[in-house]
Design a protein around this ligand. Structure first.
Ligand SMILES: *[C@@H]1O[C@H](CO)[C@@H](O)[C@H](O)[C@H]1NC(C)=O
Ligand SMILES: *[C@@H]1O[C@H](CO)[C@@H](O)[C@H](O)[C@H]1NC(C)=O
Ligand SMILES: *[C@@H]1O[C@H](CO)[C@@H](O)[C@H](O)[C@H]1NC(C)=O
Ligand SMILES: *[C@@H]1O[C@H](CO)[C@@H](O)[C@H](O)[C@H]1NC(C)=O
Ligand SMILES: *[C@@H]1O[C@H](CO)[C@@H](O)[C@H](O)[C@H]1NC(C)=O
Length: 299
């Protein structure tokens, strides 16, 4: 885990362990910003966020930013519930030390880990949950990742693997959403169908209540992403059985308010920030995007 305290006046740099970097500072004067916790995506690690850290340092000096170095690289293929458990233990102490609340910024697959955290953590104090190009309604697209992992599968037949108990041992199958096999998805998805409240479970009411503690849900994505398919999944849109994209407001999970989306929208708590011209691996290094869609929500 990398703990980065970004100083207004840099004072002392203490390198503790290869994986624990602490930049200590005296308390800065002026506005104090809520701590920011960053969760990375598939085959990714904290290194990808170096530009973002610079932007935050520059625009909100004194902000404590923690980029969680857990489940890096291939470990990010571990089942998502296992990752949620690990990340929960890491974010808990940060939240406890921040009575004024924290911000969660989560990229790609990490956005699903974070949404699950908001559902299962009873006492979370997340002000802004920033979902950075994250397949919130699932993924149904051929990508290099898929070809690498399941070389003989295509998106049309991957459901055979993903909707089996064996397949659900891989993170990407936890949010594989085949619009042509809805019944299998609902029955087999041990992650997405649960956090979406699409399949009933004893904790659904409690999870919904927990999720609704969030201050703002900031959704970021765009048509040139190239990986998230359909790209509207970053905004809770998804394919119907004809592969026509239905927007969030047309989705059953929204209409039934099964995990709180409709309530959040009615409260004015959902911010949608679509950005064209950004490919999947550029979301954390684009300054225009940062200024427009992220910085305003890191108060
Ligand atoms: C933060 O910004 C200051 C200058 O404004 C710079 O000296 C310092 O190295 C930066 N720290 C990081 C971690 O980027
Ligand atoms: C689910 O509910 C049970 C019983 O109400 C509770 O013990 C458990 O902690 C809950 N789990 C989660 C992840 O919320
Ligand atoms: C649903 O899943 C259970 C086990 O998880 C399996 O026994 C059952 O056959 C599945 N039903 C359908 C319709 O796929
Ligand atoms: C899909 O398209 C067919 C033919 O255009 C139509 O009859 C059917 O109602 C559509 N299904 C959905 C779910 O929109
Ligand atoms: C950054 O974002 C802007 C606005 O969407 C876009 O026009 C530009 O091409 C992006 N730059 C990169 C390097 O992705």
């Amino acid at each position: 885990m990398q703990v980065l305290r970004v100083p207004r006046v840099p004072c002392a740099w203490v390198l503790l362990l290869p994986f624990l970097l602490l930049i200590a500072t005296p308390a800065a004067h002026g506005a104090s910003y809520k701590p920011v916790i960053v969760v990375h995506g598939l085959f990714d690690s904290s290194y990808s966020f170096r530009h973002l850290l610079e932007y935050i340092n520059e625009t909100h000096p004194g902000t404590v930013v923690t980029v969680l170095d857990l489940f890096d690289g291939r470990e990010s293929l571990r089942p998502l519930w296992e990752q949620v458990q690990g990340f929960q233990e890491a974010v808990k102490p940060i939240m406890e030390k921040a009575p004024q609340g924290v911000h969660l910024l989560c990229y790609s697959q990490g956005g699903l880990v974070c949404r699950a955290l908001l559902s299962v953590m009873e006492e979370h104090n997340v002000d802004s949950f920033i979902s950075l190009s994250s397949p919130q309604m699932g993924q149904y697209g051929d990508t290099d990742y898929l070809k690498w992992l399941f070389p003989t599968s295509m998106r049309s037949n991957l459901y055979r693997i993903c909707y089996s108990p064996w397949g659900q041992e891989f993170s990407i199958c936890n949010y594989w959403h085949d619009p042509h096999h809805d019944d299998l998805y609902l029955n087999a998805s041990s992650f997405l169908a649960l956090i979406n409240g699409e399949r009933d479970h004893p904790n659904a009411t409690a999870w919904r209540k927990n999720f609704l503690r969030v201050g703002h849900l900031v959704l970021i994505g765009g048509p040139d992403d190239g990986v998230i398919t359909p790209w509207q999944s970053s905004f809770f849109g998804f394919y119907d059985a004809n592969e026509t994209v239905l927007e969030m407001e047309e989705q059953l999970v929204y209409l039934r308010d099964s995990f709180g989306l409709k309530t959040l929208l009615a409260r004015g708590a959902i911010v949608r920030c679509p950005m064209a011209g950004i490919s999947h691996t550029n979301w954390h290094s684009n300054r225009t995007l940062y200024d427009t869609c992220i910085e305003p929500w890191l108060s």
